[in-house]
Design a protein around this ligand. Sequence first.
Ligand SMILES: Cc1ncc(C[n+]2csc(CCOP(=O)(O)OP(=O)(O)O)c2C)c(N)n1
Ligand code: SF4
Length: 283
Amino acid sequence: MEDFLRMDRMPHIWCSTCGLGTVLTAFIGAVQESAIPREDVVVVSGIGCTGRAAGYLKYDSFHTTHGRAIPYATGLKVANPRLKLCLISGDGDLVSIGGNHLIHAARRNMDLTVICVNNFNYAMTGGQAAPTTPQTAQATTAPYGAFERPFNIPFLVDSCGATYVARWTALHVRQLTVAIKEALLHRGFSFIEVISPCPTVYARRNRLGSGLDLMKFYHDHSITKNFASTRECDIKFQQDIIVGKFVQKEEPTYLDMMDAQMKKTLGAKFVPYVGPMDPAKDK
Ligand SMILES: Cc1ncc(C[n+]2csc(CCOP(=O)(O)OP(=O)(O)O)c2C)c(N)n1
Ligand code: SF4
């Protein structure tokens, strides 16, 4: 594990029993299992507690500005299609300030793997309500309970065109590792939501107990339903959570569509891009 972490950055800032360590472990395991060469892997994060992930991983990695992980990664991908772009970022970062980039990357079937760590709040800045905060849960900006309808993120990205969509919790380490591996090997926009304990700001304010209590809750209240309709995957405060692989389909990626259109317009003059990890095209 130490080979894949920047040990000079330790100790990390994450709280004890935060789910982020588990996500990082699953990510490293999945990259190794995928056999994607290390030099082809790039990790991009936005900001927040989750945003620190990029800085702790010993891959080519970028800690970008709030909400801009997706456009940054898109730029890298278009500039060098061989790269496997992996994003590890918070729900606030990806779905709130970065929401517009998220929906367009899904619409374009941009070849990115996005791991959205959902802890139901803006943790790093002190526990403000996020677009994922369940109704009635408390947050520093919702002391009487959140009342806005939260995003069902798998449904959001699915309806925009994402071609791989899964949700697991930080308790489902094996399933999460398999999902990340599948997502890394998937051509197109792959998205995994990880429901992750934030004992320090979210659980404490909502009197949900320790990090261990949250993991027990996930154990008792996760319902695995592969290929469930994402429309049915809303999350309600302290109720059952539907997890599983919801979407997996083949569609032309952004670069495939660009290649096809350019070839049609420019004919023999056009030199197509080479897709990543695609031996047929790599020759
Ligand atoms: C443009 C801008 N606005 C606000 C902030 C302050 N800020 C830092 S982290 C953060 C929230 C991050 O929340 P989330 O993405 O859910 O990550 P978490 O900390 O929960 O892992 C905010 C709003 C900022 N850095 N930049
Ligand atoms: S504040 Fe919450 S999300 Fe941030 S490191 Fe601590 S437990 Fe994790």
